[in-house]
Design a protein around this ligand. Structure first.
Ligand SMILES: Cc1cc2nc3c(=O)[nH]c(=O)nc-3n(C[C@H](O)[C@H](O)[C@H](O)COP(=O)(O)O)c2cc1C
Length: 206
């Protein structure tokens, strides 16, 4: 493992509980592997350009990958291709993923580039690698306390599998608007859960 891509989708990177936990994870990994390179794609601080008419046209006309219209898309796909693992910190916004993360998806999920259209459906073209997704939400969407649907998990899992990423692990920080105690206990549960993963092995004792 040489490189980790850290993606933040919270519009409040300095206050985000999920992004803070993601940074803690990275710090722990770096203690063991100081040579590891971390690429940060902070979608909350620096918004990606919206999809242009020329990008949408080029996509449907199967324009060559080298066309300048794909410059941003190519650079985002390059970050993905270079990474050996992916860590995504995302809030739940209106039961699904934030628009900033959806825009990233629309730049990296490209026909003929990150997936192939075959008679049997879409087939991913990227090499698989571990993906960890920290989902933070103000309320609850799992178990007895759930009062809302979760349209984030199934969608994100499906779209990542479309480009070849199947080794996806979700960790949830729920009920974050209900108070500091919940924030603490949710983060601790997430740390325990993630410390089972070889990549974050020393997290529980950090
Ligand atoms: C536009 C918007 C929509 C939201 N929609 C939901 C929602 O559907 N369900 C929920 O539980 N929380 C919702 N929240 C609350 C956030 O998910 C919650 O505050 C979360 O902790 C923010 O994550 P962060 O700390 O990483 O920024 C919403 C917040 C915003 C700003």
């Amino acid at each position: 493992m040489r490189e980790i891509l850290l993606i933040n989708a919270s519009p409040r990177p300095d206050a985000s509980v999920g992004y803070e936990l993601a940074n803690e994870l990275i710090d722990v990994v770096l203690i063991r592997r100081p040579d590891l390179r971390v690429t940060r794609r902070d979608l909350g601080s620096v918004a990606l350009a919206p999809l242009s008419e020329s990008y949408a046209d080029a996509l449907t006309r199967r324009t060559p990958d080298t066309d300048p219209v794909f410059a941003l898309s190519e650079s985002l796909i390059g970050e993905l291709e270079r990474s050996d693992a992916l860590l995504i910190a995302t809030p739940m916004h209106n039961f699904t993923l934030p628009a900033a993360l959806k825009l990233w998806i629309d730049h990296v999920v490209r026909i003929g580039r990150t997936f192939a259209a075959t008679p049997d459906g879409k087939v991913g073209l990227l090499a698989d690698r571990p993906v960890y997704v920290i989902v933070s939400s103000g309320g609850f969407h799992r178990g007895a306390r759930a009062r809302q649907p979760d349209f984030l998990t199934a969608y994100l899992r499906h779209v990542l599998s479309t480009i070849g990423l199947f080794d996806v692990h979700f960790v949830y920080l729920e009920g974050l608007v209900t108070g500091e105690e919940t924030v603490k206990s949710e983060c601790e549960a997430a740390r325990q859960r993630l410390s089972m993963e070889p990549l974050f092995a020393r997290l529980a004792s950090a």
